[in-house]
Design a protein around this ligand. Structure first.
Ligand SMILES: *Cc1c(COP(=O)(O)O)cnc(C)c1O
Length: 490
């Protein structure tokens, strides 16, 4: 077969050129149907359940052998509609309060489609998509009042951004030679600090950096679930006395379990006095700076050396869209930049361009996450996103009040932001209640453990969630809680 003539590919007819159709008209008609269906799905979200488990039949249809021959595009779309679309994770639905997940928007979806049309690779080179990522970086600097020299880039998520930050802090502590020498002897003394409420990706970042998860001291928390500053100071002093080498403090701007915010300004002072890198994991809370109501709770965030956060959570940008912001661009670059003949830069032509993001992170090929973020910020405006976040916190506050007013319910943690942890009775049935709620599909919280005890956890992240969903949560927990208290375990 001659290249460019692949034969009949179903509804598209014979291919015209490579994998493109000869019959563009047919493709367009099918494309409009797919777009209509996608918009119908988003528009009708609240009419369906939050989540419905996939049937064994649907799952078995996804265990087929590799398709060697073409399949009609319309057929794959029909399969998508039947087997995939109704069985998503639920996070777009207004009743979703589980874990901490963003809902996405129709604008984000459309931007994803446009990015797909361009199929840009943002590792580097001279093209406009790089300027879009730089524009978003500029906006991020502005949000967090960082200097115009600060660097930053999109990464998959805060897990990756926290990891990259640990590598930068390591390189700053040991010098760029660590990149060729490895940690060797000196590296073994490096010690980092975070509260025990810090996200699990923080110890894992130290693990992945080769320092070992035990190089992270998990400091106690106070009654507000913030890092205990006295314990932190004491541990640093002890470690120094024992010959360890403190290099990094990781503050939390919104802990994963309860949404607590460490005293970031005091951490910034402490890190400065001790000569330590100050990183903040702001995965879920940092973007609260966009709300004038929430911003004061994050005071000090503008003083960190590096900040990890997620546009795909409270920013409502479709997955995935993590971000890392770094004050000292030179320290950032010194951690990743490398020479390679095939990546040599030019003054002119496609290999020009003064910012190649592959110098600032582990990825060479990178998608156009910037476009959906640019569209989201520009279309809605940062103020509206801030209002969504403040609205989420209002709903969380309302939920906490209702929990406090119900004798059968107990609030298990203070509510600093948008997460409410509570219990039905003594909590013995919490897990079962959460499972019952998820299967019933009206509202879906998730579970966590606080001091080893099961908690019902409602994280209000979704711009679609309303007071009626909070009512439904309270009613649902009471109903399933009473049933569980009476009946035997399922
Ligand atoms: C979600 C979350 C992370 C991990 O972020 P990903 O984007 O899922 O990789 C880290 N820290 C906190 C506090 C989080 O809420």
């Amino acid at each position: 077969m001659i290249k460019g003539q692949l034969g009949d590919i179903g509804v598209l007819g014979p291919t015209g050129n490579g994998l493109d159709p000869a019959d563009w008209r047919g493709l367009r008609d099918q494309a409009y149907r797919m777009l209509e269906d996608a918009l119908d799905h988003i528009q009708g979200l609240s009419e369906g359940p939050v989540w419905r488990p996939a049937s064994p039949e649907a799952r078995s249809r996804f265990q087929e052998p590799l398709p060697r021959a073409p399949t009609d595009l319309a057929d794959s779309h029909a399969r998508f509609k039947q087997d995939i679309l109704p069985h998503g994770g639920g996070n777009a639905h207004p009743g979703f309060m589980a874990w901490v997940q963003g809902a996405g928007t129709p604008v984000g979806m459309l931007a994803e489609m446009l990015a797909g049309a361009l199929n840009a690779n943002l590792g580097g080179r001279d093209h406009m998509p790089i300027a879009v990522e730089q524009q978003v970086l500029g906006w991020v600097r502005e949000m967090f009042r960082f200097p115009s020299t600060a660097s930053g880039l999109f990464l998959t998520g805060a897990s990756q951004a926290n990891f990259v930050a640990v590598l930068i802090a390591r390189t700053r502590a040991l010098g760029a030679r660590v990149r060729s020498d490895g940690l060797a002897f000196e590296g073994r003394a490096l010690t980092a600090y975070a509260s025990r409420a810090a996200h699990g990706c923080v110890p894992r970042a130290l693990d992945m950096a080769g320092l070992g998860a035990d190089a992270l001291r998990r400091i106690d928390i106070d009654d507000q679930h913030r890092i205990d500053l006295r314990a932190l100071r004491k541990t640093i002093a002890q470690d120094r006395a024992e010959g360890r080498r403190p290099f990094l403090i990781v503050g939390s701007a919104g802990t994963v379990d309860v949404g607590a915010i460490d005293d970031l300004a005091t951490l910034a002072d402490l890190a400065r006095d001790e000569g330590l890198w100050f990183h903040i994991d702001g995965a879920l809370g940092a973007l609260g700076v966009l709300s004038p109501v929430l911003a004061p709770r994050l005071a000090g965030i503008e003083r960190c050396d590096s900040l990890a956060f997620d546009f795909h959570k409270w920013g409502q940008v479709p997955y995935d869209a993590g971000f890392l912001l770094v004050r000292d661009a030179a320290a950032h670059r010194a951690t990743f930049a490398a020479e390679a003949g095939y990546l040599s830069r030019s003054e002119r032509g496609m290999a020009a361009g003064d910012w190649w993001p592959c110098d600032d992170g582990p990825d060479l090929s990178r998608g156009f996450r910037a476009l959906k973020t640019w569209f989201t910020l520009r279309t809605y405006g940062a103020d509206a996103l801030g209002e969504v976040m403040a609205g989420c916190c209002d709903l969380a506050g309302e939920l906490a009040l209702r929990v406090a007013a119900e004798p059968e319910l107990n609030l298990l943690a203070p509510v600093a932001l948008n997460i409410v942890c509570f219990s039905y009775g003594d909590g013995g049935q919490n897990r079962r209640i959460v499972e019952d709620l998820q299967i019933a599909g009206v509202v879906a919280p998730s579970m966590t453990l606080l001091d080893g005890r099961p908690a019902i956890r409602a994280a209000i992240v979704n711009h679609r969630t309303r007071l009626s969903d909070i009512d439904a949560l309270i009613q649902g927990v009471l109903r399933f809680g009473r049933a569980a208290a009476k009946g035997p375990n399922p």
